[in-house]
Write a protein that binds this ligand. Structure first.
Ligand SMILES: N[C@@H](CCC(=O)N[C@@H](CS)C(=O)NCC(=O)O)C(=O)O
Length: 249
């Protein structure tokens, strides 16, 4: 029974690890091989989405429905900093989604996902590329954890770092610009979606209060490359997500 299960798992894994390469058959042989070590619903989805946007071949490694197993694989590749995403890009093993995206786009040509360097949009692009992790994800995740403690021990009155101010800032930008990179869809949008979805999905904020962000989210999630990402990197929907906060009154 155990060996049957192992064979089944190996077959599934082989199928999964082939997904990206199969989807993008017209591989450019000059490109360094890229393996994305992934966990469903996590930041590694950014890289799958990026590759689907630019038609860049990749190999996707994860154990479907098995977050612990996917993390164990990542730990083998990056024992000192086991996080999703970890990638193997040519001979390099690398973490930090924004840096990986910037490296791929810089080495392989912006592929339409980076505004021209001398444009006003380029400054916005850089701001939101870095804001996504530097301010947005860090504040939202801090607020999620603090609010969880407040739910468990209401009398301690832990203070939040104010995710709503972050969303207000993003919403005001999107009132004047269709995308975080200014006029066009860019890698900054790919970076910004994860913390937006974490904030909304975990009930840290109510997206109904930020209509421009809500409209933008709908727009970027309807892109064919995003849908393809969901198909290959999240085939069973969200698995093993953290517990959402109670909904705000
Ligand atoms: N700033 C990093 C964050 C990476 C990160 O923390 N990833 C999460 C998943 S979304 C993770 O692997 N967490 C597991 C852990 O920290 O043990 C990035 O953007 O790549």
């Amino acid at each position: 029974m155990r060996s049957l299960l192992r064979t089944l798992c190996l077959t599934m894994l082989t199928a999964l690890s082939m997904t990206g390469t199969t989807a993008l058959a017209a591989a450019d042989t000059k490109l360094a091989p890229l393996t994305i070590y992934h966990i469903e619903g996590r930041r590694s989805e950014r890289l799958v989405w990026l590759c689907e946007e630019i038609g860049r071949p990749y190999q996707l490694e994860y154990k479907r429905g098995n977050i612990v197993g996917s993390m164990a694989t990542i730990r083998e590749i990056s024992p000192l900093m086991p996080v999703a995403p970890t990638v193997r890009y040519g001979d390099l093993v690398m973490v930090e989604s924004g840096a990986i995206i910037e490296l791929i786009l810089a080495r392989e040509g912006g592929q339409g996902l980076v505004p021209p360097v001398d444009s006003a949009d380029y400054a916005y692009y850089l701001q939101w590329m870095h804001f996504a992790e530097g301010s947005f994800a860090s504040r939202v995740i801090a607020d999620y954890r603090v609010e969880m403690l407040n739910v468990q021990k209401p009398n301690l009155g832990y203070k939040l770092v104010d995710s709503e101010a972050v969303l207000k800032f993003a919403d005001a930008f999107l009132a004047k610009n269709p995308y975080f990179g200014g006029s066009n869809f860019s890698a900054a949008d790919i970076m910004m979606l994860f913390p937006t979805n974490f904030a909304a999905g975990m009930n840290v904020v109510d997206l109904a209060e930020f209509p421009n962000v809500a409209t933008w989210k709908q727009k970027v999630e309807s892109r064919p490359a995003y849908k393809k990402m969901l198909e290959v990197a999240r085939p069973d929907g969200l698995v093993g997500s953290p517990k959402p906060l109670p909904k705000k009154e």
